[in-house]
Design a protein around this ligand. Structure first.
Ligand SMILES: [Zn+2]
Length: 125
C-alpha cells in the first residue's frame, strides 16, 4: 500500500492494487474507490486551468470524414491528443482534444499547442 495522489480526492490517500490483470499498474483509492495510476503527462488548458493527468498519450491522425487513420508518437497540425487510450476498454480514453491548429513549442519538457477552441500545455512529469 502506498500514498498516492488521488485525482478524485485531490490529495494523497492510501491505495490498493487493482486485481484486474488488464489494468495492472492501476491502483484503487481506499477513500473513494477511484482508479489511479502513475502519471507521466500533465495537460493544462490555459483559458480555464482544466488539468488532466495520464500515463500514456498518442497523437491521432484523422481523415476528412473524421475517421481515425493512424496513431503517431509526435504531434502535428491536424492531429488530436488522446490521453490514456483504451483505459476503460475499446474505443475509450481519458481525454481527447480537438485537432491541432498550431504547435508553438515541442521540447523534452513541454509541448505547447492550439486547437480550434483552446490553448494547451502538455508537460512531461
Ligand atoms: Zn480518492
Amino acid at each position: 500500500m502506498e500514498n498516492r495522489y488521488c485525482k478524485n480526492c485531490q490529495e494523497r490517500t492510501k491505495h490498493r492494487e487493482k486485481l484486474d490483470a488488464t489494468q495492472s499498474g492501476y491502483q484503487v483509492c481506499n477513500e473513494c474507490n477511484s482508479m489511479n495510476y502513475d502519471s507521466n503527462w500533465k495537460l493544462v488548458r490555459l483559458q480555464d486551468g482544466l488539468t488532466k493527468y495520464s500515463s500514456k498519450i498518442i497523437w491521432m491522425e484523422w481523415d476528412e470524414n473524421g475517421k481515425a487513420v493512424q496513431t503517431h508518437e509526435e504531434p502535428k497540425k491536424g492531429y488530436s491528443l488522446i490521453m490514456d487510450p483504451l483505459i476503460y476498454g475499446p474505443g475509450s480514453y481519458h481525454w481527447q482534444t480537438t485537432t491541432i491548429t498550431d504547435i508553438s513549442e515541442n521540447s523534452d519538457e513541454v509541448i505547447k499547442f492550439k486547437t480550434m477552441n483552446s490553448n494547451y500545455e502538455l508537460w512531461r512529469i
